[in-house]
Ligand binder design. Structure first.
Ligand code: URP
Ligand code: ZN
Ligand code: ZN
Length: 509
């Protein structure tokens, strides 16, 4: 390893010492007890899930599950409950691996504000919605230590998480010091990084920096995620619109055209090819970007992609709502023409898009989105969704015949867990896996509403959408954490997850 510079050395050592033995360690094929987060080590009692239909990414079968010490201990046609065990009657329910949402922004300082959901409200909402693992983005300030930023994020999350959590780190610049810190955090179980090709002047990296990140990550067996939008195109479009007095929230989408996403996706794939690095495109919104992913993949490159419920289910007609309301859906990339949606569903079905994450980054309409009343460029970007993902995907994916039940399990849990070094502890239903389960009642109906949401934000991006097939019971490491949308867990039981390095073999490379 390259020796860390003198100023970084003390911090690097401190991170290592403070974390040792205090987290769930995916890198050793077992989870160590303890961890950052209050009651994190507390083991749940025995539990039997009886009479359900188990659905994983690969199989569907009727079986009972015995859960002991937070892990799946037995899978059998019939399990006799041990004395004192809690029994969940899962007759008529489908038992899926607990959801894994690998894209959240809790308690994030961003665009002059701080995202409304923190790790407490965000992970409770996740639990109630059937998501039992989240991976959040540490975003350091330019020029500042990423080790310090990771420590800051530990401070935000420790003792406040209802479900297990991990971190990616965003790299907003690149030099020898950053490279040295990257090597250190990878050894500590943070095995994925994000680069922004948008947000020029704050988070954006240039091509030279991206090449450095890709090369360093490849050497370390880490994965680089890309926010693929061309920041120069966005700045050019924004300046022109504002010059013409087009300041309203609807113009955010005009400033972020498909071509900016397609170009950045192409460039990211090209630079990744140059250095032989795998990449993962986050929050992909449009056909133009998907075509670039397909082209790269068909050339034999390891390019993986994520989309989000908003790009599958919402469209740019929301920007035609009156007044300032379109600000609720100001996010980057923006919502697209509805024609893009079926293409993205198709990408999920045919395996070019492997994961559905939320990019949950909530800002209140009152007081936060309103910061951009005079200019769309000042509206904090992002929407809520961590609590809505599983029911939306089930209703509009499985329910509408766009995804099989196994594909639902793959894109909501197994694939994201595999991509980000959490499988098979997470994302699987197998002996030895963490007992993270979501029992879906396929007949249960409801609708998305701010009134029933556990998000700490004053609107729902999916308000009024009908649901059919909702989480009835959610189990996290062997403990029931939610029933019928009511939180029953402990707010501090989530453990910090040290993740394995990226495994190209899982994708046939
Ligand atoms: O609009 C978005 N996506 N906000 C969150 C930050 C990001 O770019 O992922
Ligand atoms: Zn992004
Ligand atoms: Zn994001």
């Amino acid at each position: 390893m390259t020796a860390p510079p003198p100023d970084g050395g003390a911090r690097v050592g401190a991170l290592h010492v403070r974390e040792k033995g205090r987290e769930a360690d995916m890198t050793k094929g077992k989870n160590s007890a303890g961890g950052r987060g209050g009651a994190a080590g507390e083991a749940a009692g025995e539990l039997v899930v009886s009479g359900g239909t188990i659905v994983t990414a690969s199989d569907t079968f009727a079986a009972d599950l015995l859960v002991r010490g937070g892990k799946i201990a037995q899978i059998a046609g019939k399990v006799e409950p041990p004395p004192g065990a809690e029994v969940i009657d899962a007759a008529g329910l489908e038992v899926y691996p607990g959801g894994v949402d690998v894209h959240t922004h809790f308690d994030l300082p961003f665009m002059g504000s701080v995202s409304a959901d923190d790790f407490e409200s965000g992970t409770r909402a996740a639990a109630c919605g059937g998501t039992t693992t989240i991976v959040d983005f540490v975003i350091p300030e330019k020029g500042k230590s990423i080790i310090d930023a990771v420590e800051k994020w530990h401070g935000k999350a420790a003792g406040k998480c209802a479900v297990d959590y991990g971190f990616h780190v965003a790299l907003v610049d690149f030099n020898e010091r950053v490279a040295s810190e990257v090597r250190e955090v990878v050894r500590e179980g943070i095995t994925s990084f994000k680069c922004f090709l948008a947000y020029k002047g704050s988070l954006m990296v240039d091509d030279a920096q991206l090449i450095g990140v890709l090369e360093t990550a490849r050497e370390q067996g880490a994965l680089v995620s890309l926010h693929a939008e061309n920041g120069d195109v966005i700045d050019y479009m924004t300046a022109g619109l504002l010059r013409d007095g087009k300041t309203g929230p609807q113009f955010h989408a005009v400033a972020h055209p498909d071509v900016a996403e397609g170009e950045a996706t192409h460039r990211a794939a090209a630079l990744a090819r140059l250095v032989g690095a795998p990449i993962y495109i986050v929050h992909m919104s449009c056909t133009e970007a998907l075509e670039e992913v397909r082209a790269a993949r068909d050339m034999g490159q390891l390019v993986l992609a994520e989309t989000c419920p908003q790009y599958l289910l919402l469209d740019d007609s929301l920007y035609r709502r009156k007044g300032f309301e379109p600000a609720k859906w100001v996010m980057s990339p923006p919502l697209r023409d509805a024609a893009n949606q079926e293409e993205l569903w198709c990408g999920l079905r045919d395996g070019y898009v492997q994961a559905v994450a939320t990019d949950h980054c909530s800002f209140n309409f009152a007081g936060q989105k309103e910061m951009g009343k005079d200019s769309f460029a000042r509206i904090p970007n992002g929407i809520p969704g961590v609590g809505d993902r599983m029911a939306l995907l089930y209703t509009y994916g499985v329910g509408k015949g766009r995804l099989t039940k196994n594909q639902f399990a793959a894109v909501t849990a197994a694939n994201p867990a595999k991509i980000f070094g959490l499988y098979p502890e997470k994302g699987a239903i197998a002996v030895g896996s963490d007992a993270d389960l979501v029992l879906v009642d396929p007949a249960r109906k409801g609708k998305v509403s701010k009134e029933t949401s556990h998000h700490r934000v004053d609107y729902s991006a999916f308000e009024g959408m009908a649901l059919e097939g909702m989480p009835a019971v959610v189990v996290a490491r062997g403990a029931v954490v939610a029933r019928d949308g009511t939180f029953l867990g402990a707010g501090d039981r989530g453990r910090y997850l040290r993740r394995k390095r990226f495994d190209p073999a899982a994708w046939g490379f």
